[in-house]
Ligand binder design. Sequence first.
Ligand code: SF4
Ligand code: SF4
Length: 112
Amino acid sequence: MHNPCVSCGVCCALYKVTVESSETEDQPGGVVPVALTVTTRGHRRFMKGTETFRKRCAALTGKLGDNVACAIYERRPLACRRFEASWDPSTGGNPLCDRARAIYGLHPFSEY
Ligand code: SF4
Ligand code: SF4
């Protein structure tokens, strides 16, 4: 099945992506690269680049809305694994996906 996410990626450039402390590679069973995360003053950890006002995850490669990839796809955090794409009929839709696309001028799937 064609995966529209590979020509989108805007959710990775709009939302703060939380990384639980147990998910980083320095913890038993953790896989998320520590170098791609950042810990804020509130002691919460996020994917680097998503903690700022103008967000873009440091693991996102390519051009938004055109051709993108997650450089750590197999090692991405749970927050990313759980983020459902609205184009996927098995999800029942995700308003956060649609909202991100609308903000970036892409058609939200809920309007299709
Ligand atoms: S905003 Fe939706 S379609 Fe775009 S990459 Fe994220 S999940 Fe995929
Ligand atoms: S880790 Fe990958 S899937 Fe998660 S926000 Fe970053 S680029 Fe997107």
